[in-house]
Design a protein around this ligand. Sequence first.
Ligand code: FAD
Length: 342
Amino acid sequence: ASDAITTDVLVIGAGPVGIFAVFELGLLDMRCHLVDILDRPGGQCAELYPEKPIYDIPGYPVVGAQELVEKLMEQARPFSPVFHYSQMVETVARLPEGGFAVTTDLGTRFHAKVVVIAAGGGSFQPKRPPVPGIEAYEGTSVFYAVRRMEAFRDQDVLIVGGGDSALDWTLNLQPIARRVTLMHRRDEFRAAPHSVERMRSLVAEGKLDLVLGQVTGLAGADGHLSGVQVKLNDGTAREIAATRMLPFFGLTMKLGPIADWGLNLHENLIPVDTEKFETSEPGIFAVGDINTYPGKLKLILSGFHEVALMAQAAKRIVAPGQRIVFQYTTSSTSLQKKLGVS
Ligand code: FAD
C-alpha cells in the first residue's frame, strides 16, 4: 500500500552485524532501514555486556562493547540509515510485484527489495515475573516497556526491579504519575550511581516510595489492576495501591516470529550458503549469530565477513544487470566520495 516505507534493504536487527551491513550495502549504493526490539543499537553488545572489553575485533587489541557499537554507528553514518527502535518485525511476505512486505508490531510497514535478517539470538523478550494470573493484566495494566509515557500520567505506578531500566523509569515517571513506588528484593541497585542517588533523595523528600520485598499476587478485574500484594523483607504482607505495574526482570532471547516466515530452520538457526549468505527464500539473507553453515563461529568478526559477501549478492537483486566493480576504500575516489572523505 501507499503508506509503506520503501527501501532497498530492510535489516532486521541493529546488533553489530546489522549495523555493519549498512556500511557494506552503502558502499554499493544500497540504502537501509533497520528495525530492532531494543530502544537503541548494539544488540547483545549493548544489552548484555556494554562495559565488557572485547579482545578479538581485528585492529582493536581491546575495545569496550558499547564503544564498538558507537564506532560502528559512526562508520555507518555516511549512508544515513534509518532506525526504527522498540518494535519487533512480525511478518515478512513476498510481494506479487517482487520484493517483500515487512510489518512490525507497532504497525510500521515497509516495502523492501531485499530483507537481511541480522536477528542474532532472536528477539530480546522481557522475563515475566512468576506472579499467578499476570497474563490477564499484560498490555492493559502491566507493561514490560514504556512506549508512551502518557499511559502512566496520574496513575499509581509500581515499578519492580533494581537495574537501570527500573531506576530510569522510576525517575522519568515520578513527575507525571500520581504516585510511584519502586520495589526491589534488596536495598542494593545495579543501576548508574547518579540514578540511585537521585532516587534516594526523592524518597527522602517523600516524593517516592521505596519498598523492599516481592510481588506475590495481583488484585483487580478485567485486566484493570487496583493493587499488588507484596511480601516485605521483614516477613509481613501488604497490598500496595497500583493501577500500573512495570516489572523489569531482565530480558531473555527467543527466536520469536522468525519461526513463522516460511524459512528453513535448523535448531532455531537459519541455514545459509557461504557464497551469498542467502536463506532458503531468494532475496532474504541471514547474517551474524542467527545463521548457520558448516564451520560457523558465533563471532562478531564472522558476521562482518558475511555482510561483505551478502552485499554483493543483494546488489544483484537491487540493481539487476549492473556491473559491480571491486574497489578498495584506500584507493577508490568513488568510494571515498560516498564516505564523505574526499
Ligand atoms: P545480536 O547482537 O544478537 O543483535 C540482534 C538484534 O536483533 C537484537 O538487538 C534483537 O533485539 C534484534 N531482533 C531479533 N529479532 C528481531 C525482530 N523480529 N524484530 C526486530 N528486532 C529483532 N563475540 C565476539 O566476537 N567476541 C567476544 O569477545 C564476545 N563476547 C561476548 C560476551 C558475551 C557476554 C556475549 C553474550 C556475547 C559475546 N560475543 C562475542 C558474541 C557477540 O556478541 C555476537 O556474536 C554478536 O552480538 C552477534 O551480532 P548480531 O548482530 O548477529 O546479533
